[in-house]
Design a protein around this ligand. Structure first.
Ligand code: SF4
Length: 60
């Protein structure tokens, strides 16, 4: 089961409700954690940059 929303953590992928108790990104504990923690936010930014680079490579 998944909701019609993108996961802010796993860039480009839909939310699969992988966090117990979450009904979507809006009440996902992991999303809240990453938003609050600067270190995790940095990791997330790196991950997104990497995914974007991968996409750009496979497209070109
Ligand atoms: S539950 Fe949270 S971490 Fe899991 S896919 Fe949805 S938004 Fe992403």
């Amino acid at each position: 089961m998944h909701v019609d929303a993108k996961c802010p953590i796993r860039f480009g992928e839909p939310c699969s409700l992988c966090v117990p108790g979450a009904h979507g990104p809006q009440d996902c504990q992991l999303v809240a954690l990453v938003r609050e923690d600067p270190d995790l936010a940095e990791l997330r930014a790196e991950m997104i940059a990497r995914k974007k680079a991968e996409k750009a490579q496979s497209a070109g």
